[in-house]
Design a protein around this ligand. Structure first.
Ligand code: HEM
Length: 209
């Protein structure tokens, strides 16, 4: 879970920073999208690097879901008889929100790909016209799309806050002395990532770009 999560996290950081190009204008963000397709050219063919990243992400998503399923089944097997009295402890609350949170994030990603990658669900939906696609998506008349994105991105943030902290523990970086610092780091990381992502739909809806 930790290793596949780390790949997806790295992608999300780059994706969020790339999205901020919208604040530099249409040429900047559309040019950036075009550049993404030419990385390592001519050593690598057109879109070659992009497809490599897509392959790594796909393997990471499958590995992440597979690990989550194995862990859930193992937890169930370890406790086949349910507790008669179940106190709400912090650990089990986090685990529950991670499972359902993960499903919500996955559904959002499927919608998001149909919206901004294939353009199928986007009112403009023209390949490589990222600025126009984003404006068509988050125009004030379609405020409900912005609200949906805000809720989805906050779910991503919550998932990452707990996931990053769990991952750092899995990788053995957490000691008693470091626990508080790593928890704080995970929270700050998730908040910055979430704020960066949210800034784009909100800026479009409120007419700032
Ligand atoms: C709310 C802020 C977000 C905006 C404005 C945004 C925007 C975009 C745009 C414009 C594209 C198409 C880029 C291109 O074709 O060059 C894209 C692709 C993508 N986005 Fe986002 N995104 C956001 C949040 C997210 C989040 C939170 C995730 C993951 C949880 C995500 C995952 C992806 C993925 C996997 C792709 C496909 C990349 C590819 O294979 O071409 N995005 N996004």
């Amino acid at each position: 879970m930790a290793v596949s999560g780390a790949f997806m996290l790295l992608y999300l950081v780059l994706h969020m920073v790339g999205n901020l190009k919208i604040f530099l204008g249409p040429e900047a963000i559309d040019g950036y999208a075009a550049w993404l397709r030419t990385i390592l050219e001519p050593a690598v063919p057109f879109e070659g690097t992009l497809w490599l990243v897509r392959a790594v992400l796909t393997v990471s998503i499958v590995a992440h879901i597979w690990s989550a399923t194995v862990l859930t089944l193992r937890a169930r097997r370890a406790r086949p008889v349910r507790y008669a009295v179940r106190n709400k402890v912090a650990g089990s609350y986090a685990a529950r929100t991670m499972r359902w949170g993960g499903v919500i994030v996955l559904l959002f990603v499927i919608y998001h790909l149909l919206d901004l990658t294939t353009g199928t669900l986007n009112p403009h939906g023209v390949h490589l016209q990222v600025y126009a696609n984003l404006h068509a998506d988050f125009t004030p008349e379609r405020w409900y799309v912005t609200v949906f994105y805000v809720l989805a991105v906050v779910s991503v943030g919550i998932h990452i806050r707990h996931g990053l902290w769990s991952g750092l523990q899995t990788l053995g970086w957490s000691t008693n002395a470091r626990e508080k610092k790593l928890k704080g780091f995970s929270t700050v990381f998730a908040v910055v990532l979430t704020a960066g992502f949210l800034s784009v739909p909100l800026a479009v809806t409120f007419g700032l770009v």
